[in-house]
Write a protein that binds this ligand. Sequence first.
Ligand code: NAI
Length: 714
Amino acid sequence: MIDYHVDADGIATIRWDMPGRALNVLNAQSIEEFARCVEQALGDPQVRGAIVASSKPGFIAGADLEWLPHLDAQQMQAQGGRIRQSLRRMETGGKPFVAAINGAALGGGFEVCLACHHRIAADNPAVEVGLPEVQLGLLPGAGGTQRLPRMIGIRNALPLLLEGWKLRSREALESGLVDAVVPDGELLSAARAWLLSPGAQAVQPWDAKGFRIPGGPPGSPAGMETIAAAIAMVRAKTWGLYPAPFDILSAVYEGCGVDIDTGLKIEERYFLHLFGTPEARNLIRLFFARVGLHKLAARPQAFPTQAYTKIGVLGAGMMGAGIAYVCADAGLEVVLLDTAPEIAERGKSYSARLLDKKAAAGRLSPEARDRFLARIRPTADYADLDGCELVVEAVFESFDLKGAVTRQAEAVLSPRAILASNTSTLPITGLAQASARPKNFIGMHFFSPVDKMPLVEIIRGRDTSDECLARVMDLAARIRKTPIVVNDSRGFYTSRVFGTYLNEGLAMLGEGIAPALIENAGRLAGMPLGPLALADEVSLDLQARIRAQAMAALGDAWRPPPGDQVLLAMVEQHGRLGKKIGQGFYDYPAGARKSLWPGLADCFPVRSDPPEIAEIVRRLRYVQSLESVRCLEEGVVTDPRDADVGSVLGWSFCPALGGAIGHIETVGLARFAAECQLLEEAYGERFRVPALLRDMAERGASFYSASPGIISST
Ligand code: NAI
């Protein structure tokens, strides 16, 4: 696991190489073995210094996340104590240690480096250093919050600790995170040379007499100012939903004002607090859920992996242009088709603009740019689709038009080719009626902007085959999108549940709740924008069109969604269609910040007895979680991981809450159900507890129980 070797000059090399693992990680075994190697080097009179290195392409990726969540608080305390003690032995044992960083050194991996007396990184693009624990709701608990500020100053350390920045070799050198960067092949020789040099110190600056933190301690005027500004920033960014940044600030503030050993104890206390929070549990669970989806855990296994070479995209508008970009970025040949060559060409120019930005930032050579663009062929001729293994349809949202282009494309394509519609609202089974081979017809719902949004929602129609699903998942993997798989339903999963957030906000306005209160409650609920601002972004006329389609399709079964009258009044009476025309619930003056439209006060008079803000927040969260349970109950979603990852990546449901389903687990199923009952009495049927949830709450079951039968037990 860790190779220990001493050479003739008395240089020990402690080389990490965990068997059967792609990455080195910190867990009970590796911590123990590393501690033993450190003691061996310190206890051997032949050894004058030690190199900490790795035989894998990465250095140490951090804590083993398959191990960490299974520890209870006591075990965590014991394991944390072991690594902290061995790192402290390393820095105070009287022999110099140097870290030879050949690849990613993150979290606990970088904390090992921080405890070395010297850090050398290879000049290699795979090197990344940083302390990303905050992203999992934790803090660096092996000395990161104490050593980093003592090394580079509190002001410089805070962004790394609070935002989890990862730095490449050169940036790490400039920021003082490493002491030297050397050519890739010279890493170990440079580490040896340092140990053999007269300057090789076996004392950390913070253990030397008269040490002062660069920029001043936390209690100094500069330190106080930095911490105060950071508190304000964290408060503004997190809306109090994430405890980790506050605990990090406390650990730095309290720990950096005392000696390092006391500081490490303070850090440990905050780490153990965070380790027990639901936020950390949720963020770690989501991390694993996403990794599982990325590895295509739900892909039907019976079919060989589809290798793609050529993709067609119908419609070169906003979505088509983005889809063409991500496919070409993955090295695929793309045929981008629209009604006229110049419109298709305009779609291609979207890629050119993105690439130009990259080239201007020095991240792309002119040759690579040209090669990229040569992969996209704009056209108005369906014959060019010949040879495509898959075609994504992204024309206007019209049932008849989508049917017509499907027929035209299929006339050219091989019978095995897949047609994937990017519709955001039209049921796939209905669209598949236009196809001569509905087995190979599927939904592939991308999010805007396609090059930035990591999610793709794959929708099975009634007739979609398992093989087609498997092959589409292979494309998702190829273009590096996280796929969730859902069954057909109006709005599928993401649009359907996201819509409930918007509708609830509109309903509140109709009830006389002040718009500013609604918007703040949306932020407190963990959403990136209030429901009125988001409704403006989506555009109100689009929502009215979706409403009209649902009404036509459902006939007598159609029920007006909450806030229906507000939507109609805004669109039909006031012509306020949203951000795109500069007028919606907000005004969007050119060159100035948006502000709530003053006319709202006349249209939707504010009542004098508003409900408690906590209740408004609860409504905005619970309405989404309940709709997600309905999706599970109806079989639209079959795995809570799809629902949770879909909600977080699709419409930014607060990850610290665990995603739309994880949120129910966080509240507790029984309490959640009881609170919904009160909401149902006050606001109506949409808060009725679905039978699946009621039943699970009564049985004390969990959506994430290891027992697979739970979700399908209705
Ligand atoms: P858009 O209006 O920007 O682009 C549609 C394109 O289709 C236009 O360039 C139009 O010329 C082209 N087109 C029309 N008839 C055609 C035909 N017969 N043959 C070939 N091309 C034709 O629309 P957008 O926003 O790109 O949406 C496209 C689809 O993606 C819609 O179904 C929409 O619901 C869906 N969608 C949109 C999202 C969004 O955020 N805008 C998100 C996810 C899905």
